[in-house]
Unconditional design. Structure first.
Length: 335
């Protein structure tokens, strides 16, 4: 099944309708997985092997402004993107799914307030905000789960980036992925904080897309991953419902370490740890031994995301003065 088939199935007769407006814009928050998406059952449609579970980054994310034009142009943080680059091509391929005719061109201007390509889910909020902007421009009035499916076609984790708070991405079973989308979990946890510990802003050497595929095909540990995920998912849901922070933190940290263990056992090895990453982990483990409840998670990059409660903010900032503290529930424009 192709991406264009999914788009046709969802838009049906709306697919040939011209945009209702000449410009539109939308914001989408970045998201951090507490139970990771790592491995695809369908690479074309970004269908995952397992479900996953995330928390939003409040007002940290991407704002995309979309307008009609006579020529395609893309700007990321005011920088013009070469449409022949890998990123430019990926974006154009996504836009082509929604182009009603050959004369319809777009100018896309995306502004992010998180480091791009440093494992902080910039592609997730980028594709999610572009999806919402397209929905506004065309006036499709799609349902939230349909928007999530469109965002997934751009990048898997983007399907969790449409809302604030906790989101579960249901893996789904169908071949066309119509049952594979993000769903907001109705639970508030205003005391929860995420600390962004940026250890390097350099672009990663291997993309999460390539790294996860290499892991699936070469890691002897990957077969243990789905069982680990279903165990962690139920623990996370329990933790959120009962506001059990230790259960949340332990589960998220253990899930991230298990994901990295599958990467370390891939061949050639995928290693996103820098010496600074390991040093920071050791500080966190020591602080925990001393009674400070702080946990971490790590994605496809060397940076850590710290998990703690507002009451411990000062103590955490004493040891990690450089962190940016994010309130996942911080209200923003359209979330
Ligand atoms: C480690 O969503 O970037 O951040 O679907 O190929 O675009 P594609 O991959 P992507 O992978 C994210 C991987 C992760 C874990 C997660 O966010 O769940």
């Amino acid at each position: 099944m192709k991406k264009s088939d999914v788009v046709s199935a969802i838009l049906s007769e709306r697919q040939t309708a011209l945009p209702r407006h000449s410009s539109a814009q939308a914001f989408a928050p970045s998201n951090i997985a507490l139970c990771k998406y790592w491995g695809k059952r369908d690479q074309e449609l970004n269908l995952p092997v397992t479900s996953s579970f995330s928390i939003s980054l409040g007002n940290k994310g991407a704002t995309t402004e979309l307008s009609l034009s006579d020529q395609d142009r893309v700007y990321l943080n005011d920088e013009k993107i070469n449409l022949e680059s890998a990123f430019g091509k990926r974006l154009l391929a996504f836009l082509n799914l929604f182009r009603v005719n050959h004369d319809l061109h777009f100018v896309i201007k995306t502004q992010t307030n998180i480091p791009v390509g440093a494992g902080l889910a910039s592609s997730a909020c980028g594709f999610a905000s572009l999806t919402r902007a397209l929905n506004n421009l065309f006036g499709w009035e799609l349902q939230e789960h349909e928007l999530s499916i469109f965002a997934r076609l751009g990048s898997g984790s983007a399907c969790r980036s449409l809302w604030q708070g906790f989101v579960e991405w249901h893996a789904g079973l169908q071949e066309n992925g119509m049952d594979s989308y993000g769903e907001r979990i109705a639970a508030e946890w205003p005391e929860l904080r995420i600390g962004l510990l940026i250890l390097s802003e350099k672009e990663k050497k291997i993309s999460s897309r390539d790294a996860m595929q290499r892991t699936v095909t070469t890691s002897p540990l990957y077969s243990a991953w789905p069982a680990k995920v279903s165990h962690d998912l139920s623990k996370l849901k329990q933790a959120v419902q009962s506001k059990d922070f230790i259960l949340l933190g332990e589960t998220a940290e253990s899930n991230a370490m298990t994901m990295h263990a599958t990467m370390l056992s891939a061949w050639p090895t995928v290693c996103y740890f820098l010496p600074e990453t390991i040093s920071a982990m050791q500080v966190i483990w020591k602080l925990r031994e001393e009674g400070l409840m702080i946990f971490f998670t790590q994605d496809a990059g060397p940076n850590l995301k710290l998990l703690f409660l507002e009451k411990d903010r000062d103590a955490v900032q004493k040891y990690f003065p450089g962190i940016e503290v994010v309130d996942p529930y911080c209200k923003s424009k359209n979330a």
